[in-house]
Design a protein around this ligand. Sequence first.
Ligand code: ACO
Length: 155
Amino acid sequence: MWHKTLLIRELAKHEDIPYDLLLLADPSREIIESYLKNANIYIAQLQDKILGVYVLVPIDSKIIEIKNIAVDSNFHGQGLGKLLLQDASNNAIEKGFKSISIGTANSSIGQLYLYQQQGFEITNIKKNFFLENYKDPIYENGLQCKHMIILSKQL
Ligand code: ACO
């Protein structure tokens, strides 16, 4: 099992960015590249295989945002997403941030469940965010992805 041997660490600047995983969470490579300019990337690694990733971007001196979080689809539902969210919060506390936020779509039902289960509360809605920023329409769970729901947790 990965639980015993998993290493979560920051990706070094010279290492390849795991775009295959990042694209699971965000279908636009262009948007991903725009937030990676000011980001720290963390990976969950089992020997030399990357199983998960999350990306932190500071919003201001108090708030940091998880811009992207993804787990290899072969490893979904084994608690890795939860572990990455906890690691992101610990990391933000160590860096001195007071709150951590994450945005997801109105149609991302499982993600909305997971983030609330992990102590994030809905604090804002960016109406029509996905309609205005993504070229192609996105559907999940039989719903059109239209609005971004922002959830935040005090640290
Ligand atoms: N649908 C239903 N339930 C889910 C889902 C889902 N998509 N994802 C997680 N859950 C539930 C699990 O059932 C579990 O519930 P339980 O504790 O009651 O048993 C709980 O949430 C924790 O699940 P984990 O196993 O820790 O989550 P997992 O390792 O599967 O990772 C993640 C969750 C990162 C969302 C993964 O499904 C994934 O990579 N999805 C594709 C990419 C994605 O959507 N990323 C988030 C986009 S938003 C953003 O990046 C800011």
